[in-house]
Design a protein around this ligand. Structure first.
Ligand code: FES
Length: 93
C-alpha cells in the first residue's frame, strides 16, 4: 500500500502500489477533477510536493499535454497517467 496525502486539506488516501492515481473512486469523486482519462485534457493536473520519485516515469503524451498547458515544472504531473510506487504528498492545480 502507498499513502497519498493531499497538501491543502490533509486528506489521506491509501492506494495499492502500482495503481494509477485516478483509479480509485474516492479520488475520482472528490479530490481530483478529471475529464478524458487519456492524458490529453489536462484537468487532472497535480503538483507533487513530496515523493515524486514514487511515481511512474512520465510518458511522452503526459509530457506533451503538460507543456501544452504551460505546466513545465518538474513536479507537475497528470494524475490519470501516473502510477504510484510509494508515499506522496500532492495538491490539485
Ligand atoms: S483526465 Fe484528462 S489529462 Fe487526465
Amino acid at each position: 500500500m502507498a499513502k497519498v496525502l493531499f497538501h491543502r486539506n490533509n486528506e489521506l488516501v491509501e492506494l495499492i502500489t502500482g495503481d494509477r492515481l485516478l483509479s480509485i473512486d474516492d479520488i475520482k469523486s472528490s479530490l481530483i477533477s478529471f475529464g478524458c482519462m487519456r492524458g490529453t485534457c489536462g484537468m487532472c493536473t497535480i503538483n507533487v510536493f513530496e515523493g515524486d520519485e514514487n511515481l511512474s516515469e512520465m510518458g511522452e503524451r503526459e509530457c506533451n499535454t503538460l507543456k501544452k498547458f504551460g505546466h513545465c515544472l518538474k513536479r507537475t504531473r497528470l494524475a490519470c497517467q501516473c502510477s504510484i510506487k510509494g508515499d506522496i504528498v500532492i495538491e490539485k492545480l
